[in-house]
Design a protein around this ligand. Sequence first.
Ligand code: ADE
Length: 250
Amino acid sequence: MRIDVLTAFPEVFEPVMASGMLGIARAKGALEFEAHDLRDWALPGVHRQIDDSPYGGGSGMVLRPEPVFEAVDAVGAMDARRAFVILMSPQGERFTQAHAEQLAGRDRLLLLCGRYEGFDERIRSLADLELSIGDYVLTGGELAAMVVSDAVTRLLPGVLGGETSIDDESFTTGLLEYPHYTRPAEYRGMSVPEVLRSGDHGKIARWRREQSLLRTAHRRPDLLEAADIELTDTERRLIEGALHEHAEDE
Ligand code: ADE
């Protein structure tokens, strides 16, 4: 997978994109990543201008279309693979694990970061998809582009050692993950549940499933409604009980 980013702040990407799992993914060749400076396609002139005041008046500056269109053409041509172009914006579809899974199946992404008060509306026509990472406004699309790059990269083949850790985790199963414990068995009066130390793998698997269901029912009941999770009658009763208790607590 190749990911290119177009941004006015390319320097913010490297520390994140070179650390931990993302750095390993690049070293292994699973991910090629490059952040490009929009100012390389700035309007001619000493100021390397990429923004301008809005038509119709109003405060703030707007990203001009020419640097972005030219940059998309130039960066697109750097590789024979067609880039799937994503515009990062608070007006986009809300980014979910399902988007991450779909995008991980593509071989090339080009992420466009908006900046300043906004970007010229014509820039939208470049995008195959517009994504928001949540209902809040960031100062620019850079953090959002890093979130998407991270969530996609960890799904690429060969990036996470045991692929099974992905199959089990929150949002892939549609449920939140069960609680994890490691040594010591007791710490500051808090003990590891006995069942996890029992060595009985059937019992452990049942406990984990039950914990996942209860956690999801308490913290994210919306996920239980949305996901098509197959539940046994016992599981259904467990969840109903948990939701009933939850309602009484409030
Ligand atoms: N740019 C500004 N806010 C954003 C958000 N919430 N998601 C994606 N890009 C953004």
